[in-house]
Write a protein that binds this ligand. Structure first.
Ligand SMILES: [Zn+2]
Length: 429
């Protein structure tokens, strides 16, 4: 009996010595819009999930502690509009818009989830899944193009290939990945692409995203956002030159507020051709902020005016939006828009997706898709990104120890929090 008791005691003390957390971010300024947090706090992660957010969590309770003082700690960013279906069979996706590999651009910008906006349709979604989604460390979700062939140039104009039933069927089959539907780049006078995307959305109870293609008098933009789209549907490319945003006196047109009141969502979708300061600055000044800030990432935009997610967010900071307002539009707002409310927040039990950002102060320049420049004083930089509880990006090695203190060192870190040091390095002698 006495012996059993002492074994139990030993067991209890060894359990107590086990740290509760794998990773602890200490003293960063946490911005978690879902939970209305914007202050210095600690964030603890265990088993790939957010385990605790509180003041003064002791370092002794974690395997690894990172000092985040002076930095901002936010939920992993969600980029609502990207193109990541790289495929060899289509050389030039829509007028030279080439797709990019998700992991090549996500983590370095604090992004842990990307939504591919219609690069694939029901005919090739499974190829997209097998080729890209299943192999990416970035969480890749998808808005399925209403065109069966997806975004492959000429086929996107084919009204015969816009089958709502087939699209809805594919979305139902992969509802953990497909979050809605997309129509884009349509040049004809018909409403069919929008109407068929809405039909697919009605069958599945999912939102649609519209790139309105060529703006034509037969289908006015005002009618799109005040009549055709349902509450929760998303118009992307809000600050595109063709959007009739301002009247001749520079005032915001009232129909935009009417559309917003109906629940229509306005997304940025910066891209290679869809963001002008002369549209965004007066709209923001008059209180018309976008609901979500996304990049429309593709090779044309990333090597152009858009550059990165963090640069896109920084444009809005320099246009006068608060950091909290900007982070909301890259985390909790897009999560709600795609009905994935487990994402974009730091609630206990949420996936351990975190961005640690530096807000650099100085002289920075930004430009828009017409090549007009804006001088800015602040810019966000991605210091550390954590995906499902593991460090996947560490710009300045802030999770690392100085090599001079390590002697004849082997592979550092611990696979419970370290997603960077390669497995080959761990097994190598
Ligand atoms: Zn796009």
């Amino acid at each position: 009996m006495k012996r059993t008791f002492s074994i139990l005691l030993t067991l209890a003390s060894s359990l107590a010595a086990q740290p509760s957390y794998d990773l602890l971010l200490k003293s960063g300024h946490v911005i978690d819009p879902k939970n209305s947090i914007s202050k210095v706090m600690d964030v603890a992660i265990a088993g790939g999930k957010i385990a605790r957010v509180a003041a003064n969590i002791p370092s002794s309770e974690s395997r690894k502690t990172v000092d985040a003082a002076g930095l901002y700690v936010t939920p992993g960013l969600i980029d609502l509009h990207t193109h990541v279906y790289t495929r060899a069979d289509v050389k030039s996706l829509v007028a030279g818009e080439n797709n990019v590999q998700p992991d090549a651009f996500s983590f370095r910008s604090g992004v842990t989830t990307v939504v591919d906006a219609g690069s694939s349709g029901w005919r090739n979604f499974e190829d997209f899944k097998k080729l890209i989604i299943d192999n990416a460390r970035t969480r890749v979700l998808a808005l399925l193009n209403i065109v069966g062939a997806g975004m492959a140039g000429v086929p996107e104009q084919n009204l015969q290939d816009m089958d709502p039933a087939k699209a809805a069927e594919m979305a139902a089959k992969y509802k953990s990945i497909i979050v809605g539907f997309k129509t884009a780049h349509y040049a004809g006078p018909e409403w069919t692409p929008v109407e068929n995307a809405v039909k697919a959305g009605e069958i599945t109870q999912m939102p649609i995203m519209v790139d309105f293609g060529q703006f034509r008098p037969e289908r006015p933009f005002e009618e799109l956002v005040t009549k055709k789209l349902r509450p929760g549907d998303i118009y992307t490319h809000t600050f595109l030159s063709s959007v009739p945003m301002l009247d001749s006196a520079g005032r915001l047109r009232p129909f935009l507020l009417e559309a917003r009141k109906r629940g229509v969502i306005f997304d940025v979708g910066h891209g290679g051709g869809s963001f002008l300061f002369r549209q965004a600055a007066p709209a923001i000044k008059q209180g018309f902020l976008p609901d979500s800030i996304s990049t429309d990432l593709h090779i044309g935009s990333m090597n152009g005016a858009m550059t990165t997610m963090l640069s896109t967010l920084s444009k809005f900071l320099n246009l006068g939006m608060s950091l909290e307002d900007v982070i909301l539009r890259a985390t909790w707002n897009p999560a709600r828009q795609i009905k994935r409310e487990e994402l974009g927040n730091l609630s206990v039990g949420a996936p351990g997706d975190v961005a640690v950002l530096r807000l650099a102060k100085g002289a920075f320049g930004f430009f828009d898709v017409n090549g007009a420049r804006m001088q800015g004083t602040q810019k966000l930089e991605g210091e550390l990104t954590i995906s499902n509880g593991k460090v996947v990006w560490d710009l300045n090695g802030m999770t690392r120890s100085d090599w001079k203190t390590l002697g004849n060192y082997g592979a550092q870190g611990d696979t419970r929090w370290d997603g960077i040091v390669r497995q080959e390095n761990r097994t190598r002698k």
